[in-house]
Design a protein. Structure first.
Length: 88
């Protein structure tokens, strides 16, 4: 049988929201001594109106300057990485 002197320690973990269940009751296979918030009291999530990752206007294109800037940064980082790895 597990020594119950450790129950205070796991209760402190639950009190500080490190764990969110009654660990002592779980490990000793007994009914929970306390419970979390009432699930009925938690309001439901609001439904999403639209997907935030889909463009609102599919005809909208990414500007050329953004593509060139991104390609330049990727190339510069690749060259820098190759120089660091091979110590050129």
């Amino acid at each position: 049988m597990i020594n119950t002197g450790w129950t205070y320690d796991v209760d402190v973990l639950a009190q500080n929201s490190i764990i969110d269940y009654d660990a002592a009751a779980y490990l000793l296979n007994t009914p929970a001594r306390f419970a979390g918030p009432n699930p009925a009291a938690i309001p439901p999530l609001m439904p999403q109106k639209s997907d935030q990752f889909v463009r609102s206007n599919p005809q909208q294109k990414i500007p050329t300057w953004k593509k060139v800037l991104t390609a330049g940064l990727v190339a510069a980082l690749a060259i820098f990485g190759v120089k660091k790895v091979f110590k050129i």
